[in-house]
Write a protein that binds this ligand. Structure first.
Ligand code: TNX
Length: 529
């Protein structure tokens, strides 16, 4: 263990730091005006946190823990009027631009974090935390140079997807992941809760979904059974844990493909043959039957329970990789097509999505779909995901024509299950494209389009598909440092970011991940000239 650690320190020392005030802030803030070192703020036993508005107790608690961690000082929180000196003020104000925007001011007397909302204040605290990390050396820091930072995100939806369907992820591990996401100002954790290889959320009306669907005999021939699911009570706890960190959990139930685990539990859900929970990766031809009214009733019940459980306004219905072979052979599907006057199975797909969406609409939710260019219609209120390699510009344009919002999660930049370097983990790499840190950094979610042609892009997402992610160490390793690059794509404007500055800014933050026991890939290639 000593060797990689020593190498990493050498690597860090070999890079000159820029000396800028925001040298270790990731994602890069909109505006930074550095002040004088001497005119800075000293943390002393007299320092106080003052919330200048009600409703900020959670943020004040976060700040208190952070100050203790970084400075070693336990400082009290009070609510009331601003103090003349020695205070860290948390202020709500409408003069801040953007729902998640903030202003952070450090001078010799006080530190003031102003947000339009509690979320903005939370992000100001995360930036303050990164300033206190300093040069990465790990010493407690009790002085901050004067600075004024004005910041707000480019996109309102900044997500990472975890896939506990392929390999179950214990609740406590997801919490550790959420803690790290929050530091880089991600605000959505998308959970892929069902797939061919497992159903992971308790549905009270259909207990077999978890009794049968959450278990598989083995994985890729390893002869070891695999299982796991979240109870609704556990999920509630996770949702609250994430919400404290201004992260919303967006659930996904993938239909009508990637549904083998549900079909294994209730075989009548499919068109042709019964199946067992899938034990290998890949795409299955066993779809939910679109011609059976009972399937719609079943999913209406499932979605009813989940729409109540998850407070998020968005719900992901998957919709990817659904080969139509069985629908072509299925009497019920064919009869429905005839009755509706459809001549292509893709039209049945649109019909299926609309039926599912009716349930979401009843709950006031917006559907999200992995966009497939051959599906003729999506529900009008759909938010599309651009994901397939090379097709994002087309999906952005099509979504604009349809009047749909779009989230960019392109295969070229945002697939965190792809290896970060050639030959990395060859035992789990079945020919996935290599996606190094620098490639992720080059991601511009607006694809350089004119402003009006990208106005409907609402965000970015990294997808950590789980076929090869067997534990949290691997999940962290695949996520970091690439998530820092993606965070910057989601938060910072293109004019405000650049590779040379990024690779320096990230280094102290990598040291900090290491101190937190978070696994990551050391990006050695960054020292190459
Ligand atoms: C494609 S991306 C899938 C997933 C796989 C992933 C592996 C998408 C919408 N579907 O089911 O896990 O590739 O990279």
């Amino acid at each position: 263990m000593i060797k990689p650690f020593a190498l990493f320190l050498l690597f860090i020392l070999s890079l000159p730091f820029s000396g800028m005030a925001d040298r270790n802030i990731v994602p890069a803030p909109l505006q930074t005006v550095p002040g004088k070192e001497k005119a800075g703020f000293n943390f002393t036993p007299a320092t106080r946190i003052v919330t200048v508005a009600p409703g900020l107790a959670s943020e004040a608690g976060e700040l208190q823990r952070m100050v203790l961690h970084r400075t070693g000082m336990e400082i009290p929180v009070t609510e009331g009027k601003p103090l003349k000196k020695a205070a860290i003020h948390l202020v709500l104000s409408d003069d801040i631009e953007g729902e998640e925007g903030y202003r952070l001011e450090v001078d010799a007397k006080n530190i003031t974090i102003t947000g339009k909302t509690a979320a903005g204040i939370y992000y100001g605290i995360q930036t303050l935390d990164q300033l206190l990390i300093g040069d990465g050396g790990g010493d407690l820091k009790q002085h901050l140079a004067a600075v004024k930072i004005v910041d707000r995100p480019r996109f309102g939806y900044r997500a990472i997807m975890l896939d506990p369907a392929r390999h179950f992820i214990p609740l406590e591990d997801i919490k550790r992941y959420i803690v790290q996401m929050a530091k880089f100002k991600f605000n959505v954790l998308h959970l892929h809760l069902s797939d061919d290889q497992g159903w992971r959320i308790e549905i009270k009306k259909y207990p077999l979904l978890t009794e049968v669907g959450s278990k598989r005999k083995e994985t890729d021939g390893d002869r070891k059974p695999h299982e796991g699911f979240y109870t609704q009570a556990q999920m509630k706890e996770l949702i609250a844990y994430a919400a404290e960190r201004h992260i919303e959990i967006v659930p996904e139930i993938d239909v009508p493909g990637h549904s083998v685990s549900a079909i294994a539990a209730y075989p009548w859900l499919t068109c042709l043959n019964p199946v067992e929970v899938r034990t290998t990766a890949g795409v299955s031809k066993d779809l939910l039957c679109a011609g059976n009214e009972k399937v719609y009733e079943f999913y209406a019940d499932v979605l009813d329970e989940l729409c109540v459980l998850f407070p998020a306004s968005k719900f992901h219905l998957g919709g990817d990789e659904a080969p139509l072979d069985h629908w072509k052979q299925c009497e019920k599907c064919q009869a429905l097509m005839k009755a509706k006057g459809f001549d292509r199975e893709q039209q049945l797909m649109s019909y299926f999505f609309n039926r599912m969406n009716e349930v979401l609409v009843k709950h006031g939710k917006t559907p999200l779909f992995w966009y497939e260019l051959d599906v003729p219609d999506y529900p009008a209120n759909t938010v599309t995901y651009a994901w397939r390699w090379g097709l994002t510009p087309q999906v952005i344009e099509r979504s604009r024509e349809l009047g749909c919002k779009v989230i960019c999660a392109p295969g070229e930049y945002a697939y965190f299950d792809y290896p970060q370097w050639a030959g990395d983990f060859p035992e789990v790499n079945w020919g996935m494209p290599v996606t190094p840190l620098r490639k992720v950094y080059e991601f511009d979610p607006g694809y350089g389009l004119p402003r009006e042609q990208q106005a409907h892009i609402i965000g970015v997402e990294a997808t950590l598909w789980g076929e090869c992610i067997k534990n949290m160490d691997r999940a962290f390793y695949m996520t970091f440092p690439r998530a820092l690059a993606l965070a910057e794509a989601g938060w910072s404007t293109m004019e405000n970011r650049g590779w040379d500055s990024f690779r320096q800014r990230m280094l102290p933050l990598l040291c900090d991940l290491m101190r937190d026991g978070v696994n990551f890939r050391v990006p050695y290639e960054c020292v190459e000239k």
